[in-house]
Design a protein around this ligand. Structure first.
Ligand code: ZN
Ligand code: ZN
Length: 223
């Protein structure tokens, strides 16, 4: 799964041209990973999740996580693509540089904001980068969908309240009962490989495959 997402083969390139997909632009927490404190004030032993950050390039490092964000690549019957962006946080510019280029996404057609935190909205200042016209003074034609509550909150920066713990997430998954679940929004307490091994064992018992997603992951789906 990871290898396919990191280095698309011929089939993946062909599928990207003719199929709809979801691209995980970011799977991290509000502060993003690596947590800088783990690098400038390292603990003993060093943090397993953040300590690889400077030794592995981000595209080969599932523990390098930008703010949570998803891109829906909707492919119409006639082969035209529409790109719907869900959330653009503090690390948006880096995500565009990394994953829009890698997955050959040229622009964004509309935006959905899930909530008012900095980790979901602060990238709005850079949204003109992905507007089809690419001119800063023409962004007024890009539709943005959000709740009235989010609109009224004046995009406050603090992050609390609407983020779930792992147990809360797994409870929600049991209620929704999907065929498969991919978790996002992880801080450095979740080392990718270790956590996925634990989740594989646990979700095998409960019947719903649950894994951590990682930045850059692309999943092809029917929409
Ligand atoms: Zn850390
Ligand atoms: Zn948030």
């Amino acid at each position: 799964m990871q290898a396919a997402a990191m280095a698309p083969d011929g089939d993946a390139v062909e599928a990207a041209a003719t199929a709809s997909s979801l691209i995980f632009l970011g799977t991290g927490c509000s502060g993003a990973l690596p947590d800088v404190r783990c690098l400038i004030q390292p603990s003993t032993p060093p943090c397993a999740t953040c300590s690889q950050a400077l030794t592995l390039p981000p595209e080969k490092n599932p523990n390098y996580r930008c703010n949570t964000s998803l891109l829906i690549d909707y492919c119409d019957n006639d082969g035209t693509h529409k790109y719907i962006l869900i959330d653009l946080g503090k690390t948006f510019r880096e995500q565009v540089l990394r994953w829009f280029v890698h997955h050959k996404v040229p622009s964004v057609d509309s935006i959905i904001l899930t909530h008012e935190h900095a980790d979901a909205v602060l990238g709005l200042d850079d949204v003109w980068l992905v507007h089809p016209s690419n001119h800063k003074n023409e962004i007024d034609h890009l539709p943005v969908f959000l709740t009235q509550f989010t609109m009224d909150s004046n995009f406050q920066g603090h992050a609390r309240g609407c983020h779930l713990t792992l147990t809360e997430s797994l409870d929600a998954i049991k209620t929704i009962c999907p065929k498969k679940a991919l978790l996002i929004g992880m801080n450095h307490e979740f080392e990718h490989q270790r956590e996925n091994n634990i989740l594989a064992e646990r979700s095998g018992r409960e019947g719903i495959p649950v894994q951590l997603a990682h930045d850059g992951l692309r999943i092809f789906i029917d929409l």
